[in-house]
Design a protein around this ligand. Structure first.
Ligand code: ADP
Ligand code: MG
Length: 166
């Protein structure tokens, strides 16, 4: 993996299938401790991206949680901790004891972190992470993904992803 100058990557997808393929391209690059924090409106495509990513990491079974499940660990090449803070306040999130997921600690153990509605737990954000914002386009099914790397390894990851896309 090369050292990276790139810290931002913008990709427009035009179908749910394309978004899954985008997630699938990132999948082989990820390892335990990597964190993707999603911020986007309901129906933007966060879970769709997660599904494509998880499937490409060898997750068994297609179904991933709808937004009413807060945390699940998906068995795959490496464990995937999929968290979804939809409708939760920071106080509620703190009360749930999700720290083990965030730290890869306790019985939960290390994994790749994929977190929907990340804006809800800002004070607990890992310092090294990829922020994923999704803008819903004016055309039907158009979504623009803006991935921003925070830290050296996340920057290297996005640089490698960019090579696979262009
Ligand atoms: P979120 O998790 O952000 O609430 P979901 O991934 O659950 O959103 O839902 C996204 C919805 O938008 C799905 O019904 C999906 O089929 C649809 N969709 C249409 N175009 C796209 C696209 N380009 N990328 C992702 N989803 C899309
Ligand atoms: Mg979702």
């Amino acid at each position: 993996m090369t050292r990276a100058a790139l810290i931002k990557l913008k990709v427009t997808t035009r179908s749910a299938a394309q978004t899954k393929r985008l997630g699938a391209k990132l999948a082989p690059l990820l390892d335990v401790g990597d964190a993707l924090l999603f911020q986007a409106q309901l129906g933007a495509g966060k879970t769709t991206f997660v599904q494509g990513l998880a499937a490409a990491m060898g997750a068994r079974g297609a179904a991933l949680s709808p937004t009413f499940i807060v945390a699940e660990t998906i068995e795959a090449r490496v464990p995937i901790h999929h968290l979804d803070f939809y409708r939760l306040t920071l106080k509620e999130i703190l009360g749930l004891g999700v720290e083990d997921y965030l730290n890869g600690a306790g019985a939960v153990g290390p994994g790749v972190l994929l977190i929907e509605w990340a804006e809800r737990f800002r004070p607990l954000w890992p310092k090294e992470r990829i922020d994923v914002k999704i803008r819903v386009g004016r055309k039907k099914d158009e979504r623009t993904f803006e991935l921003t790397a925070r830290g050296e390894r996340p920057s290297a990851l996005l640089t490698d992803l960019a090579k696979k896309i262009r």
